[in-house]
Ligand binder design. Structure first.
Ligand code: Q9C
Ligand code: ZN
Length: 353
């Protein structure tokens, strides 16, 4: 398995996020990636490369997944935030006002020119700090996902896009959940364009992959599956129910397995087996796995009960599909076990592949 690492990930380093009425220290910190890299150096799985950052094809791929207006917003958001008030340079950009969805309550077709208010047009939470280096870090991360998918379409059995910020909560025109650009969706899109007629995305992060689901909701060529904490009680709350099955041409091409807090390996694996069957029934020829290791029992912001030794079994079950596979690094927030959990899963995959 090759790993494509984001050399600029640390340019994105949010300081604080809003959580239930207070600003708390960011969970999504550069050390998370450092932990995975350290563990990969202890237990190597293959070559670690950097992506080509001036790939001329990257922009076209980005535009297949995200709206041009949204990408323009992201690219300029920090500059606009500081232009509003030079003192903002010392502060992370967080939204604090949103247009309402209720009938007649807000205009959605007009974009405010106030840079602080504009954040509310694109962000779905106030827990996702946007910083001076966010755009460059996220863009380099996108290059990692694209490079990983290209390597796999060129014949590698598997590749790991080791990048942050994560991506699976980012939609066609929205950010949140620490995510700005949807790396898993980009990988799926690249695999499609490389000739894989049907691609499956199987999201194992604790949180529902709302961004990926939204991006592909009406597409019949990409099957999106997510196993996650039940949105009735768990973030991101407003999507991820079992009855979301896709729409239009994509009817039947989305499946969700919401599970209660406290779910252990046995119940979680049962959902995984159903998801694996769905991938096989779809006759996918390539697989993308948004790899969130916040399903680990010790995670500080999640609620499943998988133990570190369970991760290898998950990896080997994924390998059982025998598909060319791209992993993208998503959640996982412990200060000490993020790397072990991720590499346990990837090593389990490798051993069984
Ligand atoms: N203060 C991913 O795992 N809210 N995103 C948590 C804790 C946001 C998770 C509240 C969780 C986002 C990629
Ligand atoms: Zn997560």
């Amino acid at each position: 398995m090759i790993t494509v690492i984001n050399p600029h990930h640390a340019l994105h380093a949010g300081r604080r996020e809003m959580f239930r009425g207070r600003l708390v220290d960011s969970y999504e910190v550069p050390d998370r990636l450092g932990q995975v890299l350290d563990e990969l150096q202890r237990r190597p799985l293959g070559a670690v490369r950097e992506p080509d950052l001036d790939d001329p094809a990257l922009e076209a791929t980005l535009l297949r997944v995200h709206e041009a207006r949204y990408l323009k917003f992201l690219q300029n958001a920090w500059h606009d935030w500081v232009a509003l008030d030079p003192a903002n340079a010392e502060l992370d950009a967080l939204p604090s006002v949103w247009p309402l969805a209720q009938r007649h309550a807000s205009r959605h077709d007009r974009e405010t020119t106030n840079a602080a208010a504009r954040l509310g047009h694109y962000a779905f939470d106030s827990g996702t700090p946007l910083t001076a280096g966010t755009w460059r870090a996220a863009l380099s991360g996108a290059a990692c996902a694209v490079a990983a998918a290209r390597a796999v379409s060129a014949g590698e059995r598997s590749a790991f896009a080791l990048t942050r910020p994560p991506g699976h909560h980012a939609g066609p025109n929205f950010y949140g959940g620490y995510c700005f650009i949807n790396n898993a969706a980009l990988a799926a899109q690249v695999l499609r364009e490389a000739g894989h007629a049907r691609v499956a995305v199987l999201d194992v992060d604790y949180h529902h992959g709302n961004g990926t689901q939204t991006i592909f909701y009406e597409r019949p060529d990409v099957l999106t599956l997510s196993i996650h904490g039940d949105p009735r009680t768990e973030y991101p709350f407003f999507l991820g129910h079992a009855d979301e099955r896709g729409a239009g041409a994509g009817e039947g091409c989305n499946r969700n397995w919401p599970l209660p807090r406290g779910t252990d390996l046995a119940t979680w694996r049962n959902a995984l087996d159903q998801a694996l069957r769905a991938v096989a029934d779809f006759r996918a020829t390539a697989l993308v796995v948004p790899l969130g290791v916040d399903i680990y029992a010790g995670d500080p912001i999640a609620g499943f009960q998988l133990r570190l030794e369970d991760f290898a079994d998950v990896g080997s079950a994924l390998a059982g599909l025998q598909l060319p596979t791209v992993f993208t690094f998503e959640g996982g927030y412990t200060k000490t076990h993020t790397g072990v959990a991720a590499v346990n899963l990837l090593e389990g995959f490798e051993r069984a592949a």
